[in-house]
Write a protein that binds this ligand. Sequence first.
Ligand SMILES: *Cc1c(COP(=O)(O)O)cnc(C)c1O
Length: 222
Amino acid sequence: MSVNIEFFQKISNELNLKNVKLIAVSKTKSEKDIMLLYSEGQRIFGENKVQEMLSKAESLPKDIKWHLIGHLQTNKVKYIVEFVSMVHSIDSLKLLLEIDRQAQKYNRAINCLLQFHIATEESKFGLNLEEANDLLNAEAFKSLKNIRICGVMGMASFSDDNALIRGEFRNLKNIYQRIKDAFFLEDDAFCEISMGMSGDFEIATSEGSSMVRIGSLLFGQR
Ligand SMILES: *Cc1c(COP(=O)(O)O)cnc(C)c1O
């Protein structure tokens, strides 16, 4: 069996004690596998593709909180706003504007994290601090009513250099604090740092993450 129930029980207890939320990353995994963790009490699942999240959300229990952790194209926003619990991958004002526009139809405020590019590797996705400042200062941003910015998200380099990874997580924590101080000091909703995956979640939690996104250690290799 590929789902590691024993690891799940151990890690969810440990994270609970640290007040860190566990996002069980179920991308490519079956509904049956998801239900195995659901019956152990897990309610937050992470997916990186809109279509896959949509079809799973349709057939699985309605109290599951679905987190979109992968890149989101503006033309797909309309498929998820009705039910998505959090979008971790906000990387443009354009995307926020579209989420706001679609969310109005359902009278919802969508929980969003700003994704930062913290790794050394080239990546198309993720903001830097200057881009985030520009976004949060934009007049168009200030008028949005159907989005809720809840914090930041980032992925460390794919590396076995623990010092490098630790430095990248520390950088994300600093970014979080600077944005908190500049824009969200009075806003308790801005409190999340989504960092840490199967290979680096221990480093991430020791650097202050509030959410970890763990896939392969729970569900087996993809
Ligand atoms: C796949 C994925 C994860 C989980 O990765 P694992 O190494 O399997 O734990 C976490 N975050 C994002 C953004 C992902 O795409």
